[in-house]
Write a protein that binds this ligand. Sequence first.
Ligand code: SF4
Ligand code: FES
Length: 259
Amino acid sequence: MTATVSEGVHDTSQIPAPEGSVTVTVKLLRFNPEVDSEPHWESYDVPALPTDRVLNLLFNIKNYVDGTLAFRRSCAHGICGSDAMQINGVNRLACKVLVKDLLAKDGKPTTITIAPIKGLPTMKDLYVDMEPFFEAYRAVKPYLIAYGNEPTRERVQSPADRERFDDTTKCILCAACTSSCPVYWADGSYFGPAAIVNAHRFIFDSRDEGAEERLDILNDAEGVWRCRTTFNCTDACPRGIQITKAIQEVKRALLFKRV
Ligand code: SF4
Ligand code: FES
């Protein structure tokens, strides 16, 4: 969907302005499937403290100006991965971005643009359909696969073996990586970086016996070879996961048939 240029401006005088707040213009890409044929920009002048998160601004707009504004969030503390969105053109979690880091220099007026993440169908405003993302996630079998008899005690692992996949355990499935990937934008059938990260988490786990199955899946035409190493995914990840490195490790495991 392409955004139209029309820009609504709203009365935001009901939003409380705490002492020390500055007014920032929040430009939201809005889309209501019941009335709009295309997304369009709407602007809201919002009082904000430098210590506010972008999520606070969205709540103020929703609570005081337009209750129909749709966006996802749950924990508000960078843990659940619900509120990935494009903030000033880059994928970020709205609950982790502080207003002070977006303020224009020298007291000039600040505009913050917020749009839904790309590559997934927009259902309403900033709220996207995550199902294609989770479908790719499920396809790589993101769970421990172990054959043989149930062990009578826990499956032990050395600290060094645990370290091999430590980075990829940090994923919170926010989709910031996959939805910043140009290969995924061009062809949604690519598994995408998040699915590969979650496959990596089990492929390199010494307790797991499903590496071969997962590598077969990722050797597919829509698999790991589609990655063009643009690093967008690594830049976007709010958990700082070295995604491109993880993808390279999966490629190497496929090439050398060794995990
Ligand atoms: S790898 Fe990072 S950006 Fe991608 S889904 Fe996981 S936490 Fe989000
Ligand atoms: S609301 Fe949970 S990560 Fe932002």
